[in-house]
Design a protein around this ligand. Structure first.
Ligand SMILES: Cc1cc2nc3c(=O)[nH]c(=O)nc-3n(C[C@H](O)[C@H](O)[C@H](O)COP(=O)(O)OP(=O)(O)OC[C@H]3O[C@@H](n4cnc5c(N)ncnc54)[C@H](O)[C@@H]3O)c2cc1C
Length: 385
């Protein structure tokens, strides 16, 4: 792995940082309220114009073709300013990559450019259900063949960006008689297809500007060419693509943790108690040293996973290690940073409470920390058997 970024990767990182600092950070608190929706979507549109919605997507389909490392560093910068924007960027890139890797030429040309150009603010990844979160192979949403195509019935839960998505990538059982996980297929469904209802947004602890909704399919008819990838291969596709998504969430989490501790570090040099800067207490210095070390280790894990993926090497274990470490390190960083600011950190006057709320879900979505450990352990044991 090269630890230095290339000229292009550095340019993308700098562009992301400048954009995030000037456009996203100033409004990140305001857009948490429902009245901030238009401003949130405007930020997503600008990100698309910068080419950030398809960083690892070929320019042939409207992407940037900059690769996975560039995606990772750009997402960290965006999430330092606004994690809710970061999660939409992460999911959009993920959906584009799913279509790029298994879609037909027609599907690639019809759907990917919509997200990359910003014509669709977002696309959604509809896998989870109320009874199928960590174990999506137990999903109950069904797709039944009819004369012209397929009819979808079922409810997907916790779907990021569903309210303003232009289309959905949806998983459904197509062979109910097959063993668990073996009879699932994947579909691309336009959001305005009759039979789709977007349920009310969840009231969430953090990342509030990003909507999270149920998506209900009731006799929703899609044409035969809506199937993405081979019939009954959908679960394998989901597992494969979520591996790449974990690099995204690791990078996002790093951004939130970094923002929190950078803010608190500055504060420790300004705040005085016992007649001196609190930064001069060794107890405070050790908190800073430990947090920066943990985040730097996370950055290296995320870079390693991104580099392996970019270079076509196996990266499942590396991606899970990065997601596990970065999400938990980001949560610890937010806890420590808030502690470093005392009572001030607990108020809405400072962004620390928002960072702490935003970081929390990173160890839950796209596979909980426990599921990352299951994957890491499975890969480790495979290596010795
Ligand atoms: C804000 C938000 C956005 C989301 N966006 C999306 C989205 O866009 N698309 C989508 O499809 N889904 C999305 N999700 C769903 C998310 O991926 C799931 O919440 C997650 O996978 C966990 O599933 P669950 O909530 O059902 O928890 P459960 O699976 O019920 O887990 C409960 C607890 O049991 C533990 N557990 C489960 N199995 C094991 C095991 N084998 N060993 C040890 N512990 C275990 C878990 O780690 C967890 O601690 C989102 C969720 C949230 C909160």
């Amino acid at each position: 792995m090269h630890l230095d970024l290339s000229e292009e990767q550095t340019l993308i990182q700098d562009t992301a940082r400048r954009f995030a600092e000037s456009e996203l950070a100033p409004v990140a608190a305001r857009i948490e309220a429902p009245t901030g929706r238009a401003q949130y979507l405007a930020g997503l549109k600008q990100l698309a114009e910068l080419g950030f919605m398809g960083l690892n997507v070929s320019p042939e389909y409207g992407g940037t073709g900059a690769g996975v490392v560039a995606f990772s560093v750009a997402l960290t910068e965006v999430s330092r300013a606004c994690a809710a924007t970061g999660v939409a960027m992460s999911v959009n890139n993920l959906v584009c990559e799913v279509i790029q890797s298994i879609g037909t030429e027609d599907q690639k040309r019809r759907f990917i450019p919509r997200v990359c150009s910003g014509e669709s603010s977002c696309a959604s990844f509809c896998l989870s259900e109320s009874g199928a979160g960590s174990d999506p192979s137990r999903m109950t949403t069904r797709a039944v063949r009819d004369a012209d195509g397929w009819v979808l019935n079922g409810t997907k839960m916790w779907i990021s960006s569903a309210e303003y998505a232009g289309f959905f990538v949806v998983w459904a059982v197509t062979d109910a008689a097959a063993p668990t996980g073996k009879g699932i297929s994947c579909f691309i469904v336009d959001a305005d297809t009759p039979g789709i209802t977007i349920g009310p947004a969840e009231h969430k602890m953090g990342q509030r500007a990003s909507s999270t909704n149920p998506v209900i399919f009731e006799d929703c008819r899609v044409p035969a060419d809506a199937m993405l990838g081979a019939e009954n291969q959908g679960f394998r596709i989901a597992v494969g693509e979520l591996t790449g998504g974990r690099i995204g969430i690791a990078s996002l989490a790093l951004g939130v943790g970094q923002a929190a501790i950078d803010y608190a570090r500055r504060y420790t040099t300004e705040r005085e108690q016992f007649g001196q800067r609190i930064a001069d207490f060794q107890g405070i210095q050790f908190m800073l040293a430990d947090t920066y070390t943990e985040l730097e280790a996370g950055r290296l894990l995320a870079m390693n996973a991104a580099w392996l993926k970019e270079n076509g090497r196996p990266y499942m274990k590396a991606a899970s290690m990065a997601k596990l470490h970065c999400s938990e390190a980001a949560n610890r960083a937010c806890y420590t940073a808030l502690q470093l600011m005392g009572g001030a950190g607990y108020t809405e006057e400072y962004p620390l409470e928002r960072y702490a709320r935003d970081a929390r879900v990173t160890s839950i979505y796209e596979g909980t920390s426990e599921i990352q450990r299951v994957i890491i352990a499975r890969e480790l044991l495979k290596e010795v058997s």
